[in-house]
Design a protein around this ligand. Structure first.
Ligand code: PLP
Length: 392
């Protein structure tokens, strides 16, 4: 049997590889502390669990769901955007339900990018933007995120001929993997440039509800007129601890929402109705106190890990949002060398930065989605491995 040649263009999905590596080490009897994967360790918001139990008892939820998300789910998303960001959305034309935002991100690229087109993709970034662009036959144009530019792409540095061929610009703030945040002015500039060049601005808002020390991330749709050029992905996965439930929405530009809906309705049948009902309950429960508790927990962990890294002599910046720490590998190691070193010498799994793009080379990511005592132990083990390292 001969698989399609496009299968050869898919790089191995990093987290699958890391899962395998950890499984191998554990099979040898080693205790591995995984700081690798960004997946909340705390339980789902209780109101969603209760609502799901109730919804599942109703046989009406057992049938094919509404392809584009139920009217009630889309209304709940619109109401939340109004309350949280003071952004008005028409639930019929400007909201589409998704089976997780990863699905929507991938499909939007298929709806928009053609062979020969350019897609502007930050580097480092969540790998789906890059991989799906390649699969669709288009070309990712990397936008370097560096410590010097505060991990915000220099949009003014994109050459005119690249803008002319570009169809989409991907942004993700608060950012995975760097933990960086985007100021309002940056979004203003991005909207202006996308309008000038007729480019769809795609904002991945997976971490919009995360923020420390009082920081609250803006939505790109807060920029007046943003809906002319922008679509945003709002996921319930990370803020409500619902990664396994697969529920999200895309909101904003009505023609982008419609195109995504058309493509999706030929591929899937919408999120399970009972899960949509649970999501509605979560959104309508006034979740601000829940978000505040989660952010306080991640902030405590952030401070434990940052203090430990600084004590190791590692210059890690303190992020204002997300549950990630992004820092240079010690001793001038490559990220791959450092990842192997910490697995072998400390039994701690980190994520190598180059998994997110060439500009992630030499960087490592820690995810704070682990029980606090285990995080503390992991940091202690890393510190010991650093002390034991032969002087460079
Ligand atoms: C986790 C994550 C997603 C995926 O979220 P789902 O809604 O669970 O598919 C998308 N983008 C980024 C940047 C993420 O970190």
């Amino acid at each position: 049997m001969q698989w399609a040649s496009r299968m050869q263009q898919i790089p191995p999905y990093l987290f699958l590889e890391l899962d395998n590596l950890v499984a191998q080490e554990r099979a040898k009897g080693r205790d591995i502390i995984s700081l690798g994967i960004g997946d909340p360790d705390q339980p789902t918001i209780p109101v969603a669990v209760e609502a799901l139990k109730h919804a599942v008892d109703n046989p009406q939820t057992h049938r094919y769901p509404n392809y584009l998300g139920s009217p009630e789910f889309r209304q709940a998303i619109a109401d939340w955007y109004n309350q949280r960001f003071q952004v008005q959305l028409d639930p019929h034309n400007e909201v589409v339900g998704l089976i997780g935002s990863k699905e929507g991100i991938a499909h939007l690229i298929w709806a928009m990018a053609e062979p020969g087109d350019i897609v502007l993709v930050p580097d480092p970034a969540y790998p789906v933007y890059h991989t799906q662009t390649i699969l669709a036959g288009a070309k990712p144009y990397p936008l370097p995120l560096t410590a010097q530019n505060h991990f915000l792409p220099d949009l003014r540095a994109i050459p005119e001929d690249i803008w002319a061929r570009a169809k989409m610009l991907w942004l993700n703030y608060p950012n995975n993997p760097t933990g960086a945040v985007a100021p309002y002015d940056f979004y203003q500039e991005a909207v202006d440039l996308c309008r000038t060049h007729d480019v769809l601005l795609c904002s991945d808002g997976a971490y919009l509800e995360m923020g420390f020390d009082g920081y609250k991330a803006p939505s790109v749709l807060e920029i007046p007129g943003a809906k002319d050029v922008a679509i945003e992905f709002y996921s319930l996965s990370k803020p409500f601890n619902m990664t396994g439930w697969r529920i999200a929405a895309a909101v904003g530009n009505s023609s982008a929402v419609a195109a995504l809906g058309t493509l999706k309705s030929n591929l899937d049948s919408g999120p399970f109705t009972a899960v949509q009902d649970a999501a509605i309950a979560a959104l309508q429960s006034d979740p601000r106190a829940f978000f505040a508790d989660m952010n306080a927990l991640y902030q405590e962990r952030r401070d434990i890990a940052i203090r430990a890294l600084h004590a190791m002599g590692i210059a890690a910046a303190t992020p204002a949002a997300t549950f990630y720490l992004w820092f240079p590998a010690p001793f001038g190691m490559t990220a791959a060398e450092a990842t192997t070193y910490f697995i072998q010498e400390a039994g701690v799994l980190l994520t190598p930065g180059e998994a997110y793009g060439a500009h992630g080379q030499g960087w490592l990511r820690i995810s704070l989605t682990i029980d606090t005592p285990r995080l503390r132990e992991g940091m202690e083990r890393m510190a010991e491995a650093v002390r034991n390292h032969p002087p460079a």
